[in-house]
Unconditional design. Structure first.
Length: 363
């Protein structure tokens, strides 16, 4: 095995701590070629699609990557922001807000973000952190509920990078925070503010990203953690069980996924005479295609078409101050025992920055 080239070790160089936020990823543009590249990487992950390659490869390359990119590009175009993809924009803002919050508290921790699929890629960001002198890295996937297809895939990518490192930094991983009090309270505050501004709907629907049902039977805790998040949120808001409904969205393929499915549930509510719904997606901490287009457009149209009269999507936490405070508290807990108050001497810092800039230019 060949190892990546690294700068010579300097005797006496101090330890430096970094936090790496990792989100799922997004295409670089709302175009078919960009979607083809993104989907090829995403759907090639064995954690995401647990189908034997002999069966899956002809389907992926012969059908999906020929037909899906153009359709997905049109959907992305409908929610694309001036600064770029919503997921990329909000993840960047979360990173900047977390860095500012920690710096204001006196922390010298480096805070960066990466995408599991697409750019900025996990290996390149880790290279840059090492070039900046990071010897300890806390990896925090931006998925509150653990799933092998998401959280474990991030760990896979980080460890693939680590296998080629000569001087591997200390690594810690945040596995999940589905029941973190700060996260729950940030969700509750988001809903309270929404209700104060718009009033309460008849029904609150909490839509989580779906997974194949077999993942539950194979030991994945995701389904249970989604329901626990929903229960804790309902308790924080003082809601009765019948006032909140949990659903699962984004089904892909013909296999049975976690139920009930979001869109059929909203159609049924409309047909049953429910006139108004508030829909929130607690499993997403940043707005993206699945929240803005799938929920905010497709599911909305389905509910209204079935007889509903008022459909209100409650935005994700994004860079909300309560969420950033909760995120900072979560990070601080997982950094315990690591020095977060000191930084390298000026000479080392200058060399690290020059190295990081050189690596960025090369990339």
């Amino acid at each position: 095995m060949s190892f990546r080239p690294e700068p010579p070790y300097r005797h006496g160089q101090g330890a430096r701590t970094a936090v790496l936020l990792v989100n799922l990823g997004t295409p670089e543009a709302a175009t078919a070629p960009a979607l083809r590249r993104y989907l090829a990487e995403f759907l090639s992950d064995r954690r995401v699609v647990e189908i034997p390659r002999l069966v899956w490869w002809p389907i992926l390359h012969g059908i999906i990557l020929r037909t899906r990119p153009a359709k997905s590009a049109a959907k992305y175009a409908s929610v694309w922001m001036k600064e770029g993809s919503p997921l990329a924009v909000w993840t960047q803002r979360q990173t900047a807000a977390l860095a500012a919050r920690m710096a204001a508290d006196g922390s010298q921790v480096l805070v960066r973000h990466a995408m599991r699929y697409g750019q900025p890629a996990v290996p390149e960001v880790l290279d840059a952190l090492r070039a900046e002198g990071a010897t300890r890295v806390l990896v925090l996937p931006l998925y509150p509920q653990y799933a092998a297809a998401t959280t474990a895939s991030v760990a896979d990518k980080v460890m693939q990078w680590a296998q080629q490192a000569r001087y591997m930094p200390e690594l810690r991983f945040v596995g999940e925070y589905h029941d973190d009090p700060g996260y729950i309270e940030a969700l509750a505050a988001r809903l309270r503010a929404h209700w104060q501004a718009h009033g309460r709907a008849e029904r609150l629907v909490l839509s989580f990203h779906g997974l194949p049902e077999r993942s539950l039977h194979l030991g994945d805790p995701y389904h249970c953690q989604c329901h626990k998040t929903a229960r804790l949120l309902a308790e924080a808001l003082g809601l009765a069980a019948g006032e909140v409904q949990v659903t699962f969205q984004s089904r892909f393929g013909k296999a049975k996924w976690l139920e009930p499915y979001t869109e059929p549930t909203l159609k049924a509510l409309g047909a049953q005479g429910v006139k108004s719904v508030d829909v929130m997606c607690p499993g997403f901490v940043a707005d993206c295609l699945e929240t803005l287009e799938e929920i905010g457009q497709e599911v909305r149209d389905a509910f209204l078409g079935a007889g509903g009269e008022s459909f209100r999507y409650v935005p994700c936490l994004n860079d909300d101050a309560a969420w950033i405070a909760a995120l900072a508290a979560l990070v601080e807990r997982h950094l315990q025992g690591w020095d977060t108050r000191s930084s390298p001497d000026p000479a080392t810092l200058r060399q690290s920055r020059e190295r990081a800039l050189a690596m960025g230019a090369k990339a």
